[in-house]
Design a protein. Sequence first.
Length: 324
Amino acid sequence: MSQVRSQDWLSKVRAMVGQEALPPQTAADPVNLPMIRRWCEAMGDRTPAFLDEQAAVRSGRASVVAPPAMLFAWTMSHFSPDGEREGGTLLGLDLVDAAGFTSVVATNVEEEYFRELRCGDLITQRVTLDGISDEKKTGLGVGHFVTYRYEFSDQRGELVGRTIFRVLKFRPPAKAKEAAPVAADAPRAAKASPPRPPMTKDGEFFWAGFVERKLLVRQCGQCGRLHHPPGPMCPECNSLEWTPRECSGRGTIHSFVVMHQPQIPGHQYPLPVALIDLEEGARIVANLQGIAPDKVRIGLPVEVQYVEYEKDFVLPAFRERRTG
Ligand code: ZN
């Protein structure tokens, strides 16, 4: 593609910055307890103020409140069976696609919460195209970062939260992936390495453990609860003390999805990804390997294996565990 043509589409997208990126969308249902309960159950969140009316009142609230991180869940649009997002495509993405940057991966989400949501609040979402970067070389390929601003307001029009959502639209690397068969028993790494996970001070030990072939979970130094994903504080007792607890690597599948898109180099697709209940009690997210997507089921016993991409870069993948 010539430089002139590439400038052409990019300046068209730039001219749309500040415009509405989707029609405003009001939630199908008001904030409600059944959805809060399902979300907390899936996330392993037992915060009393989300689940127990009396505990919420004791904490000085009028009633139970929704987890702030559910903000997006209230207005999230559905996907039709053929994979199209109902409610339309975000403004500008068709031009980015037409320029050859057809692959997408979400890169950052920044959320701000202005007040706690209560049952009965009816949330409306407005989305604005916030910006597009110059062409960048990234680990996934050459692409542009496209940023959208989501603003959420309640039934009185009061702003209750804001999300800045950035995606990388990149040109798929030619022939980078091999279409290897899904079912195979031995742990194996595809030729390309997947991107390394984002490293935080809290989570560093978790990823470093895999290099030693250890599955480590944070255990509270005060109340003993295992907590994952790693955060600075125990969600049960707010203690900052913790030690890494080595887990057996055995567990069962709590829930799963089969990923088809986006295809990240270094993984093989379709890729089953599961929430796994470890026998010690923590719940983690990990890829499955050696289990055909149509054989994955809730309750399946699994065990960890380690996939080495580089000497200092090892990721877990779970395979079926034969029992009895
Ligand atoms: Zn604790």
